[in-house]
Design a binder for this molecule. Sequence first.
Ligand code: AMP
Ligand code: GLY
Length: 427
Amino acid sequence: MRVLVVGAGGREHAICHALSRSPRLEKLFAAPGNAGIRSIAECVDLSVEDLTGLADFAERERIDLTVVGPEVPLVLGLTDLFRERGLRVFGPNKSAARLEGSKAFTKEVCRRHHVPTAASRTFDSAAAARAYLEELVIFPTVVKADGLAAGKGVVIAADREEALAAVDSMMVGGAFGAAGSRVVVEEFLEGTEVSVLALCDGKTFAVLETARDHKAAYDYDKGPNTGGMGTVSPSGNVSAELLRQVESSILLPIVHAMAREAKGFRGFLFAGLMLTAGGPKLLEINVRFGDPEAQAILPRLKSDLLDVLDHAVDGRLDEFGPLEWDPRAACCVVLASGGYPGKIETGQPIHGLKDAEAMDDVIVFHAGTAEREGRIVTAGGRVLGVTGLGATTALARERAYAAVEKIRFQDAYYRTDIGLKAIEAGR
Ligand code: AMP
Ligand code: GLY
């Protein structure tokens, strides 16, 4: 099969890496890809937002299957355009992508289908949001921009003043542009966070192995939130019983709701959950694979990813047997540019990549990299995701850090505690 992967990050490198293991793969393209993806796919200079350009390319190159990595093209309607043109594409349509594109929409779906989530109110005017907050007695409370805000649109407000300031910055100050013209104010939930991912074919779904993200920039969850500084799989805190509960109380009603209301959810569904005293509750939905969750989960997938996606894109996941997994654990440590998630410098040469890549049970995924004059240089905040595999999480972690220590670039930084909580939790 001729396959196109849309995206340029570590997640897309992990997807390309898994696809490239398939005997059914004839030719792999990535748009726009990165310096690591280039070693296994032909990179095409098209932006993920150039929907027409991507569809033209897929037609011209007779692409059999397109796999979409990031949320932006999904929310913009990439898959709708592809399907109109008879192109096979794995990713939700624009209507189903509202699950990530609009937090208010997801809250409505949860209400209609009795999915456990934080109690919330949606506001279209700053005055109404302010009036509500003036009366609210329980703090902290959570203020969320409705639309896509690159993971930055959530404020946990300790008191009324902070909540009002968040509303003003989003709704009056335009901190997130149109994404903040509507806000959701919701109950603050206490508990442990977990992510559960599923692969959906429009009708049914297969739950993937669990992973635990590390969102804060620095060790022991200090510092600003990032896109994710590392992951381990399995997450260590989700029992088989809890997973079944999440499947039946959260994933199933959402997948069914989308089948009835949005012509089906076809793609990766990522549910961010809080394990509260009252059971698991939905925090957010992403309509794509997690980054860096993909860099820890996909190296453990033993089933042929291309084969399973080829079934799922036609709504034939039921004909595919259960997904098979490597029983080993995986640990992915992200190397970031100094200053990330704030201001960063790019163009720094990266040293030691070959030494790290040569290690057994190590995969170096590129996220923000580029090739300049034959050298690999930094090109983004998150630069690399280094995954180690091992019989236990502790061994996978040792492997990943041994590889990380071989890699150097100016002002590189990484967390040194990735996986420690999962190890404490029992595996
Ligand atoms: P979201 O983008 O909705 O996942 O929010 C980003 C992060 O904010 C989550 O990963 C949680 O750590 C936190 N968060 C979001 N909603 C809540 C909530 N209702 N209660 C507590 N923490 C929350
Ligand atoms: N790692 C979290 C995300 O992909 O949104």
